[in-house]
Design a protein around this ligand. Sequence first.
Ligand SMILES: Cc1cc2nc3c(=O)[nH]c(=O)nc-3n(C[C@H](O)[C@H](O)[C@H](O)COP(=O)(O)O)c2cc1C
Length: 258
Amino acid sequence: MKVLAIMGSPRKGNSYKLTQLIEEELKSRGEIDFEYLFLKDTPLANCLGCHLCIKKGENFCPLSDDRDLVLAKMAGADGVIFVSPVYMFTITALMKNFVDHLAFLVHRPVFFKKPAMIFIHRGDMFKESIRYMERVARSWGFSVVARLGIPDPDDMTPKSRDKSLKKLKTETEKFFRVLKSGKLPSPSLYDLIAFRVWKINALALEKDFPADYQYWVEHKLFDKDYYYDAPINPLKKVVARLLEPVVRMFLRRTFRGY
Ligand SMILES: Cc1cc2nc3c(=O)[nH]c(=O)nc-3n(C[C@H](O)[C@H](O)[C@H](O)COP(=O)(O)O)c2cc1C
C-alpha cells in the first residue's frame, strides 16, 4: 500500500521527525511504501487569483510548475497524510499555497475512496487548523479517518509525552485499518447536502463555470445521491433530497443566477 505524506514545513524539522514516527508505526503494521512530498522542494507558484482553473478548467491555469506532478502523486497513493506545523496560529504558508493552487478540486473533487490523515504538529493547541485541513481534504473527496495534533515530545513532561505518543499510535492505527480494509465510512449528512449544493451550482452557473457543468455531465452525477456508489443511510438520503429545494431557495434569495 502506498502512502504519501505531504509536508508543509519549510524545513525538515520537528514535524518531519514526528511524521517519521507515523511512518515507523505504519510499517510495523504492514507492507507500506511511504513517500514524502516536501512542499518546500516542490515548485508550486502562488495562485494568481484568475479563477480560470475553477471556471474554465484546471488546464487553463496560466502557471507552469509541478502542480500536475503533485496531483499524480496524490492519485497514485492509496492514502494521503497532510502534515503541517502551526505557524502563527495556523498551517504554514507553503501548505496554504498548496491548498489554494488546488482550489478547483473543491468544485470538482476526484480523490474519492482514499483515506486521509491530518497531522498538525502543535495542533493540540490549534484545533481549528486540524478542522481546516480536514475540511479541505474532505472537499477534495478524501475520507478523513484520522486526526492528530501533538507537540514535540522532546519538549514535554514524561506523562504528556506518553499521552502524545499514544495518540500518535492510535490515530495511525485508525488510518492503517482503513488503508488495509479499503472500507470507508459512508457519506455523512453534511457530505450529502454538500453534494446537492454543488449540483445546484453546476446547474445554475453552467455559463459562468462550464468546467463544473461538464464534470457533472461527464460523471453522470445529476441523478445521483452522491459522487460514488456507497451505502447511504436511507433517512439521511431523504433529508438531503428534501433540503435541496430549501438550499436552492436560500441561494436564490442571496445570489444572482440561481
Ligand atoms: C514563523 C513561525 C511561527 C510560529 N507560530 C507558532 C504558533 O502560532 N503557535 C505555536 O504553538 N508554535 C508556533 N511556532 C512554532 C512551531 O510550530 C514549532 O517550532 C514547530 O516545531 C515547527 O515545526 P517544523 O520544525 O516542522 O517546522 C512557530 C514557528 C515559526 C517559525
